[in-house]
Write a protein that binds this ligand. Structure first.
Ligand SMILES: [Zn+2]
Ligand SMILES: [Zn+2]
Length: 246
């Protein structure tokens, strides 16, 4: 639905993905611009759950317009799985907008996940691993309970051995590449380059890499770098593309 990083790409939304199984449809992330684009690909009644990997605006800000869409066009509140501290951030946001504490509750049934535990939603068993990011963020391993197929998702992260281990063997890796080149000090990093996401995919032995969270202007260079270091089939997560994992 959207694959832009924090700085919007022209005409597209930030992080937002639909993961569909036989048992349901998970909305993974809901970055700015997503609520508008989402309506091109699904209906509010079809979404069985929403999951947010971390509380940066490019991953959750469109929970606001999505709330109004669900209230208007949905038939029920949708379970919204937030990281620890997510609920407090949403409550403070509602308060700062001058809204009542009940602002979110008609659209969402909010649940805070414990990153140590398994989460089972929309026919997926999901485990989490701390990413290397500026705020607490979780890389996700989403296993289809029925088929055993695995989708790995880096979320936002700098290179991390723990993330490599967690996503090992995924059938498809949705990997972030926010940077074309690395200029920040190693201690102050929170993202991957094209070369690094390719290395991560190769080390984790995944079958296929789909690159996301990339700046529009550098997309082709990032893709070329990732192809070189991963040596595997790589694609850009362009809005509207659908990948079947089977
Ligand atoms: Zn982000
Ligand atoms: Zn982030």
């Amino acid at each position: 639905v959207g694959s832009a990083p924090a700085a919007s790409n022209p005409g597209s939304a930030s992080s937002c993905y639909l993961v569909t199984t036989n048992a349901g449809q998970l909305l993974l992330e809901c970055g700015h611009g997503a609520a508008s684009k989402l309506q091109l690909y699904t209906h509010m009644d079809r979404i069985s759950a929403i999951l947010i990997s971390h509380m940066h605006p490019d991953h959750f800000f469109d929970l606001v317009p999505l709330k109004y869409l669900i209230e208007q066009f949905g038939d029920r509140a949708i379970p919204l799985h937030l990281p620890p501290a997510g609920l407090e951030i949403l409550e403070r946001l509602a308060q700062s907008l001058g809204e009542k504490p009940s602002f979110w509750s008609r659209a969402y049934t909010i649940e805070t996940y414990d990153p140590q535990d398994e989460l089972e939603v929309s026919g997926l068993r999901i485990t989490m691993c701390p990413a290397r990011h500026f705020i607490p963020a979780w890389s996700l391993r989403l296993s289809n309970v029925a088929s055993g197929m695995v989708l790995g998702y880096t979320s936002d992260t700098a290179p991390s051995d723990a993330v490599v281990r967690h996503l090992t063997g995924a059938n498809l890796l949705l990997g972030e590449a926010t940077l074309q080149r690395q200029t920040t000090p190693e201690s102050d990093r929170g993202h991957l380059t094209g070369r690094e996401v390719g290395e991560l995919a190769a080390r984790a032995g995944v079958h296929r890499l789909v690159i996301t969270h990339f700046p529009h202007a550098e997309a082709e260079a990032i893709l070329a770098d990732a192809r070189e270091t991963s040596g595997m089939q790589c694609d850009l997560a362009i809005e509207g593309l659908e990948f079947r994992i089977e």
